[in-house]
Each structure stands twice: as structure tokens, then as C-alpha cells.
Design a binder for this molecule. Structure first.
Ligand code: ASP
Ligand code: MG
Length: 453
């Protein structure tokens, strides 16, 4: 059995949805088995839901909420109409959403818990629409099911919840009575132990797909997207970027972590746990091979680097302290301050008298109170914004000498200066910091160096 996950663009229009249905039918024909289908919300719906919740809490005018609600309803009607499915499929959920937004409007407050309740409608609606489409095509056993009715239990960290360790067993158990059905499961959402709806972070449906795949011990987790696979670099920047045929779990995790938008950073965890291959495939070009991610790395001496990735809008914090740096306990105290402010550190480098750290926290108030505490420890604290972490990733690095030199030379030749450099112990990436504005120049230089164009 396979998991087939379809992203927002793949279920973003009636045509796209029909393509997904064809892919499901092809899979049933080829394997003789029903896949587990996991879907995202129709494209842009989650954004619209978040926006509507915000408006409901802030706007003094009820008409604003009605307008937001109408846009959301129309988005769903347009897809249902296009598929010649009755609008009644969406009506019950839309009515509940309308009431919920009114409630938020009356209390003038929206909490993370309510955001999750509101955004859950995206996947709850798209899964219903997907299953109805399959039934209309003759698959009478197609059924939409909410992930939380399939044993998906998370902690209560709203908007970024994590599955409880027991989730895998409870999904396997909950699946049993449905085994003969063609299930369409909601991505992105779960429920905590109290029965409140949670979401697992933006773009989390990939992660849901991997969790269901691991729980049901499937042969393969297919992630169907609007791109041909994981690319050597951001194709909007590098026209010659090309899809990668194979990646190891370790490489894929690094890529996701460093901003390759094609995969949700947590996706790999359940897949690695059960060693299930993950395939990133192109909904609009299903014959293309896509990218297959497995345990084993493919080492091609010609291409020791697999991919160039970047994470923009990072903040660089320089902490200077002549007195204390060599002293024991300095780092512990420094980290404790970051922990107290709930600020996650990404890169870190140290020199004789200073420590440089990066974070993706850009919140002014948070950075201000962090600085306030850091000055107790340091003689000078400096914050610089609009930075970008660039990384070159590939397991081939372990077996190849002189890659750091090639990397830095390429970047230097493009006139970009490196501000921090680090190579992790895993030796499968080299990361460094540049200015946001220097991303295109640095990526072009690196792509030319490692991929020849
Ligand atoms: N619909 C959610 C989002 O837009 C989850 C997903 O698409 O994977 O973030
Ligand atoms: Mg998405």
C-alpha cells in the first residue's frame, strides 16, 4: 500500500483535482490496492482562513467578516461547481465556520487554539470534495475522514503541534475498520488529548502523510506537488536548476531545514523511523521520475554537492565580551538567556572575544528584551537584520577534499563576502551567512561551480 499526498496546488482547481483522481486510479490499477490519500487545503485557502480569523477579532465591522467568509465559500463553490458536485457538500462546514468567525468577532480575541479550529476547515473541506469527486467517478468506497477520527493525536502546542508517540499505534488501530475503503484523510490537522483541534505547522500535510505512512507501514510515501521534485537550487532564481533523482534521508532533512520549500522539515522523521521511501512527484507531469528519498546516499564523485539552499530574513547577533569568553560557564549563561526568551539559535561561531549567533526571530520587542539581558554578560551586543543562511548539502562531501575551498572561492568570485561559516559534524553541509540582497549572486556562482551552469 502507498500513501499519496496531494498539495494545495494539486487540489487547487477542478482540472488539477481531476488529474489527482487519474493518478489515484492509475495507482489502483497498477498495484491492485487502494492508496491512503492525504490532502492539503485547496491552494490559498489556509491563508484566507488565517486572515478571516484575524479580521474577525480585529475589525469592528461585521460586513468585513461576511466578506471574508464569502471569499472562502466562493473558493470552495468554484471547485465543486467545476467538478459538477453539489454545493451541499461544503455547506455544513461553511455554516460552522461562519458561526465560529462570528463568535471570534464578539469576543474580539483569537487564540492559537482558535486559529487551529478555523484553519482546520481548509483540509476538512478539501478532503470531502476529493472523496465526493472519487465517488462520482465510480469509486463508491471513497470516503473522507478527518485525521483525528483516524487516531491522529497530538500535544497541545497549537499551530505547531507534534504527534504523541502513541499516535502511530492508534492510527494503525483506527484504520482497521476502514481497510477496504478508499480513504481521503485530512493533512495538517489533528486533535489533542482534550479533543481540541490542533495543526502541525504551515505546510504540515507532508508531515501528516509521513505519519500515516509510518503508522500503516506502507511501501512508499508519495508527495505529489507542483514542482518536478527536489531541485539543485531554487528554480525561480536559477533557470538551469534541475530535479535530483535521489537523495538520502539525511540530505533531505538538511535541505528541508535550510529552507528547501519543497519538503516540510519534519517529514523525514516518521519515514526514517520505518525506513519508508519518500517520493516527490510532479502532479502535472506524472511521467517525470521526481525525487526518491531513501536511507542510502547516492555518491557521485562528479557531484559531491546535491543542492544549494537558503533561508532568508535571518538575524545576526554579535556578542562581544573580552572578559568572559574564555571562562567556564560563559556559553551556558549565554544560551540560558536565549532559552529564557524562547529564541531559537541556528548558526553559531566563536572567536577569541566574540560569539556570533543567528536566529529567525525578527520580532522587535523580543530582540530588544534579549539585548537588554545580553548586555549584562557582554561588553557589546550588535543586531543585524536581513541576513541569509546559505547552505551547500551533499553526502558526497564526506568523501571529497577541497569542497570548502571551492565553495568559498565561488562565492568570493561573485563579489559576495561571507559573514559566518560553519560546517557541522555530520560533514554533509557547509553553511554560511550573507546579506539577503546577495542571494542571487551567491547562488548563481555556486550553481555554476557545482553543476556547471
Ligand atoms: N494547508 C496547510 C498550509 O497551507 C497545510 C499544507 O498545505 O500542507 O499550510
Ligand atoms: Mg501547502
Amino acid at each position: 500500500m502507498k500513501v499519496m499526498k496531494f498539495g494545495g496546488t494539486s487540489v487547487g482547481s477542478p482540472d488539477a483535482m481531476n488529474r489527482c483522481a487519474e493518478l489515484v486510479e492509475r495507482e489502483i490499477k497498477l498495484s491492485g490496492k487502494n492508496p491512503i490519500i492525504v490532502v492539503s487545503a485547496h491552494s490559498k485557502v489556509t491563508d484566507k482562513l488565517l486572515d478571516a480569523a484575524k479580521k474577525a477579532a480585529r475589525s469592528s465591522c461585521e460586513a468585513d467578516i461576511d466578506a471574508a467568509m464569502e471569499t472562502i465559500a466562493n473558493r470552495h463553490y468554484e471547485i465543486l461547481d467545476g467538478l459538477k458536485l453539489p454545493r451541499s457538500i461544503a455547506e455544513k462546514n461553511l455554516a460552522e465556520l461562519r458561526d465560529l468567525l462570528r463568535g471570534i468577532h464578539y469576543v474580539k480575541e483569537v487564540t492559537p487554539r482558535l486559529y487551529d479550529y478555523v484553519t482546520s476547515f481548509g483540509e476538512r473541506l478539501s478532503s470531502k470534495c476529493f472523496a465526493a469527486m472519487l465517488r462520482a467517478r465510480g469509486h463508491t468506497n471513497a470516503e473522507a475522514i478527518n485525521a483525528y477520527d483516524m487516531g491522529f493525536v497530538t500535544d497541545s502546542k497549537f499551530m505547531n503541534a507534534r504527534p504523541l508517540p502513541t499516535t502511530y499505534d492508534s492510527i494503525a488501530e483506527a484504520y482497521k475498520p476502514h481497510a477496504s475503503k478508499l480513504l481521503v484523510v485530512t493533512g495538517f490537522i489533528g486533535k489533542d488529548k482534550n479533543g481540541d483541534i490542533t495543526t502541525i505547522g504551515r505546510s504540515g500535510s507532508d508531515f501528516s502523510a509521513a505519519i500515516f505512512g509510518a503508522a500503516l507501514k506502507v511501501d512508499e510515501i508519495q508527495v505529489w506537488k507542483d514542482v518536478p521534485g527536489v531541485m539543485t537550487c531554487d528554480p525561480s532564481l536559477i533557470k538551469t536548476a534541475r530535479p535530483l533523482a535521489r537523495l538520502s534521508f539525511e540530505e533531505a532533512s538538511e535541505l528541508a531545514y535550510y529552507g528547501a520549500e519543497v519538503l516540510h522539515p519534519s517529514t523525514m522523521v516518521p519515514a526514517v523511523m520505518r525506513e519508508i521511501p519518500v517520493r516527490v512527484l510532479h502532479t502535472f507531469n506524472p511521467e517525470a521520475p521526481g525525487t526518491t528519498i531513501t536511507t542510502k546516499a547516492e555518491i557521485d564523485p562528479k557531484y559531491p554537492i546535491k543542492c544549494i539552499v537558503y533561508k532568508e530574513d535571518q538575524v545576526l547577533i554579535n556578542v562581544r565580551s573580552e572578559r568572559m569568553l574564555g571562562m567556564e560557564g560563559f556559553m551556558a549563561r549565554l544560551f540560558a538567556i536565549f532559552e529564557r526568551h524562547h529564541i531559537v539559535i541556528d548558526m553559531i561561531t566563536t572567536s577569541e572575544v566574540s560569539v556570533s549567533l543567528t536566529t529567525n526571530t525578527t520580532d522587535e520587542a523580543k530582540l530588544k528584551s534579549l539585548t537588554h539581558d545580553l548586555v549584562d554578560l557582554a561588553s557589546k551586543v550588535e543586531i543585524q537584520k536581513d541576513k541569509c543562511i546559505l547552505a551547500v548539502v551533499g553526502e558526497g562531501m564526506k568523501h571529497s577534499v577541497g569542497l570548502a575551498a571551492r565553495t568559498f572561492k565561488a562565492v568570493a568570485s561573485s563579489g559576495v563576502s561571507l559573514q559566518m561559516i560553519s560546517q557541522g559534524a555530520s560533514e554533509i553541509n557547509i553553511t554560511f551567512l550573507v546579506n539577503n540582497s546577495e542571494i542571487p549572486a551567491a547562488c548563481h556562482a555556486l550553481h555554476a561551480e557545482f553543476f556547471g551552469a
